[in-house]
Design a protein around this ligand. Sequence first.
Ligand code: C2E
Ligand code: MG
Ligand code: MG
Ligand code: MG
Length: 279
Amino acid sequence: KNQGRGRCVEFDQSMDQAAQEHAQLAADLSVAIDRNELALVYQPIVTLPHGELSGVEALVRWQHPVRGFVSPVEFIPVAERTGLITALGAWVLYEACQQGAAWLRELGPAAPGRISVNVSARQLIEPDFPTVVEAALLASGLPAEKLTVEITETAVFDGGPALVAVNAMKDLGVRVALDDFGTGHSSLGLLRTVPIDVLKVDKSFVDGVGQSPEQEAIITSLSQIGSAMRLVVVAEGVETGAQADRLYELGYRYAQGYHFARPLKAPEIAGFALKPSPV
Ligand code: C2E
Ligand code: MG
Ligand code: MG
Ligand code: MG
């Protein structure tokens, strides 16, 4: 089918093997939650220019018993195709809310101000998605305004059910972030129709910082548009101090990236939160 309609291609061994591996991965993933193989790590989102902790983004990790570490880039699409994303996504939400509430109890005012959770397109349009979010907040005691859900442009591109879900988040008091901004289609159009709170400017734009006036023009205008719309604008994938300095000059007040911190285990976030400010 990959090669177009009405064609007949000899079935080859490698195709068979890829399909088998895929099926095996899906089967393994279906038991991964119960076997405690999934874990969350948390990457700091910081304020510029000093890099103080503002919030964290929860990122899922899978420690497969045989394959070892499997990247979410590999298994989230599998979870989406098989429908496992429902259970996986609910697990991530519960776990992240529990951790967010625990930090509030343990760290008080030093706790991460917000916790972001990635929500995939398919998860977002499930009719009971808002109910799952509400249940995770209630079960953990995390105040709704501490939670941000990150969605992508492709998830809300078709409008309809995704927009209903976004509005349900607003009703709950949960913030909504548009993730990887600028990499999908109709990015600017979406800003008019989807009531978001946070704009996460994709790493591919951040990589252009300091590269050329043309690339910096895009980066600058993204922060200007976001600020004019009273959005929180976050630069993603900041890897160097030079990028961070320049982003600050170009109007950015929030950033995330390896320059400040890699994704960390929950106890390490306490260390990051309590460390004296670098200035
Ligand atoms: P994302 O939401 O855009 O998350 C940011 C990704 O960029 C993370 O990769 C993070 O580790 C990486 N990153 C952060 N700073 C830097 C940097 O300075 N340089 C570079 N090169 N990379 C950086 P990760 O954890 O592998 O996650 C990849 C993607 O998988 C995420 O992209 C997100 O779309 C998805 N994902 C992760 N966790 C979940 C989840 O719980 N649910 C869903 N639905 N998707 C998730
Ligand atoms: Mg994200
Ligand atoms: Mg992102
Ligand atoms: Mg990204």
